[in-house]
Ligand binder design. Structure first.
Ligand SMILES: N[C@@H](CCC(=O)N[C@@H](CS)C(=O)NCC(=O)O)C(=O)O
Length: 257
């Protein structure tokens, strides 16, 4: 794996500093959020991905979770949750601040962030819809291959009732976020916060950036692309413009995958 930005999982496990386990070719939004936060703060993070020298199921066996990202910092307990990864980054570099200092703004920021990244937030709920689409062989467009859909469905509690709630939740969050952009360029106050990074990267689930900016493996790009007219109707022009602007102004392009 030499010659590119990614090392093996075995290598990053044995090294020091800031490291993160990722998936090659898959812009998992929780991983992309961490990449974006580290980038904005100028933190150097070494990426690791499954390679031939790694044992099978390395992430699950080593860190208790098969998912990505897993963020390692020195000898600290590995972090997999979006909020703890953000708080680590803020501790390692407070420039620029991505968590507002004022308590009300901070609570607002974490509330919106949870609506995007948390359990039954936008990303979680939209993933349930992608799983439903995959398992029902629906006609709205391409989705995950059955093996992946089954794995994700089992892991993230897929059932049809839950998927109906997920659809309402996706719409609610899109409307909430759209309304927040009515008065400005950022979701909280007049400066960049973590919420802006979260939306930019999670928006790829519905409207992935072009191939030249986001070189995802083709079936993932297809699975991520939203064909559902009702959902697309809630994705405002302001939300799309925000995604593009945050990538252009703050994040690494093309996205390292
Ligand atoms: N643990 C993260 C979420 C990470 C996450 O959901 N990762 C998914 C992205 S689809 C994943 O890697 N799933 C595959 C698996 O767990 O095997 C958090 O709670 O903030």
């Amino acid at each position: 794996m030499s010659g590119d930005r990614f090392q093996s999982l075995t290598q990053i496990r044995a090294s020091t500093g800031l490291r993160m386990a990722c998936l090659r070719g898959v812009p998992s939004p929780w991983t992309e959020a961490a990449k974006g936060i580290f980038r904005v703060k100028g933190l150097t993070c070494v990426y690791g991905a499954q390679s031939e020298e790694d044992p099978d199921n390395a992430l699950l066996d080593w860190y208790g979770d098969s998912g990505v990202p897993v963020v390692l910092n020195e000898v600290e307990t590995p972090r997999t949750g979006w909020a703890e990864i953000l708080i680590l980054a803020e501790r390692l570099s407070d420039e620029p601040v991505l968590i507002p200092a004022a308590p009300a703004a901070r609570a607002d920021m974490f509330g919106l962030a949870h609506e995007i990244c948390g359990e039954m937030g936008f990303g979680w709920a939209y993933r349930l819809l992608m799983i439903q689409e995959s398992l029902s062989h629906g006609e709205e467009g391409p989705a995950f291959p059955p093996q992946i859909a089954n794995h994700l469905g089992t892991k993230y509690g897929f059932n049809p009732v839950h998927a109906r709630r997920a659809r309402d939740r996706v719409i609610d969050v899109l409307d909430l976020l759209s309304a927040r952009l009515a008065d400005g360029q950022f979701f909280v106050g007049e400066a960049l916060t973590a919420v802006d990074i979260y939306w930019a990267v999670f928006a790829n689930l519905m409207v992935p950036l072009p191939e030249s900016d986001l070189p995802a493996i083709p079936f993932i790009r297809d699975a991520y692309t939203c064909y559902d007219e009702e959902l697309l109707g809630h994705l405002s022009e302001a939300l799309k413009a925000h995604q593009r602007r945050i990538y252009d102004d703050y994040l690494e392009l093309p996205v390292p995958l």
